[in-house]
Design a protein around this ligand. Structure first.
Ligand code: HEM
Ligand code: SF4
Ligand code: SF4
Length: 424
């Protein structure tokens, strides 16, 4: 039943990809670069992150204002009563003298960071569903899958800590809720809640710690990507040029149209539809004031755990997040594979030429010495645990001395040709 489901999802995915081929051609189909795209978007985050790092000040007092400085928010003229002074068209007048000089294009760089992060999560999920739906997550692929689950969790962690760095009212509320969530853990609950902020309460080290989590987590992503690739032969890590430009275009358009700025009172006056964000208003860092805001805007890609905490309570959030992670972790082991098609060497035919061993993408074939007096010096030996039943060795052997017991070499040839055609 489950296998049939996977067969169906595989057929549907391949049909979808073939459909997209009509629009983009096979060479530039973004769906064929599902693994390369999260990596590509990650580069955007690194470069825009380094630029933001130049101006970001990780202290309680300066974090919020340094982020505002980066985004060059205009300051509007106010009268003595504190009301905005409007021009004859009703638009607020910019206070040219006191306007923050800011960083040129700072809001765009911040937007690239914010939208690049969304793009990374979206492409990571797309990649995960692609490998799952095409049944490329089981058997020997358990390592890329399990390391992938960790990658997903780390991408989430880095995104969440990024939102904390802004140190606005939302960040403050996130800290309070994360601490509640952590405290619900037995034994290490209190300790981890304190570890999060670097002390018994929010203190001078809190922002430095968030910054450490954010940069440290992003660095660890590289290590995880390395683990992810250990058992992949020649992974596709660069999207086609057209796909690169398409992704770049999406991020730049989003960053230009919706730059990541902090909502201020002036902007709310300008755009009344933002009134629901009134909670973020503050003359100094709202988080500094320590008022727990009533409403919280959730970023769908990174802040859904807080939505869960608010809707299902701390225990419910633990249950939902824990169960989803567990389901992902066991996915490669179900249903149990019948490993009945491992490469087998026909001893009498093997000349010890080493071709199969050199060509095997998974280093599953070692060459061993034959007994003294044998016609040939070496023999190929398959390490069963590493064999992925791919059939490459069958094609590599000039002497038909290695085969997959349940697949005829002609079938393997046809399958490989088919895969090459669809790009799957
Ligand atoms: C930062 C996030 C990630 C990056 C940069 C990444 C990158 C890649 C790349 C480049 C490949 C090779 C794709 C190819 O050659 O066609 C790959 C394969 C794979 N990834 Fe990921 N990945 C990420 C997250 C994940 C996640 C979240 C999962 C699943 C939970 C996952 C599971 C896999 C599996 C099972 C394969 C092997 C697929 C195959 O052999 O066709 N990855 N990944
Ligand atoms: S089928 Fe052959 S080439 Fe493929 S993994 Fe097994 S031993 Fe290596
Ligand atoms: S390619 Fe064939 S003959 Fe050569 S070592 Fe491998 S199994 Fe033996």
């Amino acid at each position: 039943m489950y296998k049939k489901f996977l067969q169906l999802t595989k057929n549907l995915t391949v049909s979808l990809e073939k459909g997209v081929n009509f629009l983009t051609t096979h060479e530039h189909n973004p769906l064929y670069f599902h693994g390369a795209l999260p990596l590509y978007t990650f580069w955007f985050l690194i470069f825009s992150g380094i630029m933001l790092w130049m101006y970001y000040i990780p202290t309680l007092e300066r974090a919020w204002s340094s982020v505002n400085y980066i985004t060059s928010l205009p300051v509007f003229l106010k009268d003595a009563a504190g009301h905005l002074v409007l021009d004859k068209n009703g638009a607020p007048i910019v206070d040219a003298v006191n306007s923050a000089t800011g960083i040129p294009y700072g809001a765009v760089v911040r937007g690239i960071h914010r939208w690049g992060a969304a793009a990374m999560m979206i492409t990571t999920l797309l990649h995960m569903f692609r490998v799952y739906f095409t049944d490329r997550h089981r058997s020997w692929r358990w390592l890329p899958w399990i390391s992938g689950v960790f990658l997903l969790l780390f991408v989430l962690f880095v995104g969440i800590t990024g939102y904390l760095l802004v140190w606005d009212a939302r960040a403050y509320r996130m800290v309070v809720e994360t601490q509640d969530w952590l405290r619900a853990m037995p034994l290490i609950g209190n300790w981890s809640a304190e570890f999060l902020v670097g002390g018994t309460g929010i203190n001078d080290y809190t922002l430095t710690r968030f910054f450490f989590f954010h940069i440290g987590g992003a660095t660890l992503l590289f290590v995880l990507v390395w683990v992810h690739f250990i058992r992949l032969h020649d992974p596709v890590v660069t999207p086609s040029r057209a796909t690169n430009f398409l992704t770049l275009g999406f991020i730049l358009v989003a960053a230009g149209a919706l730059p990541a700025i902090n909502i201020t009172e002036q902007l709310i006056q300008q755009f009344p539809s933002l009134a629901s964000d009134r909670a973020y208003i503050g003359s100094d860092s709202p988080a500094q004031i320590g008022v727990l805001v009533e409403t919280m805007r959730y970023d769908a890609w990174y802040l859904f755990p807080y939505y869960l905490i608010n809707k299902a309570g701390v225990g419910g959030a633990w249950a939902i997040l824990g169960a989803s992670t567990l389901l992902l972790m066991v996915a490669p082991f179900y249903p149990k594979d019948r490993r009945d098609n491992l490469a087998a060497v026909i001893e009498a035919k093997c000349t010890g030429c080493t071709f199969c061993s050199l060509d095997c993408p998974f280093e599953a074939i070692t060459m061993q010495e034959r007994a003294p007096g044998s016609k040939f010096k070496l023999i190929a030996v398959v390490q069963e645990a590493r064999c992925s039943e791919c059939g490459v060795c069958v094609g590599a052997c000039p002497f038909q001395a290695i085969e997959l017991p349940n697949t005829h070499s002609k079938t393997i040839e046809a399958e490989v040709l088919d895969l090459l055609k669809t790009g799957a």
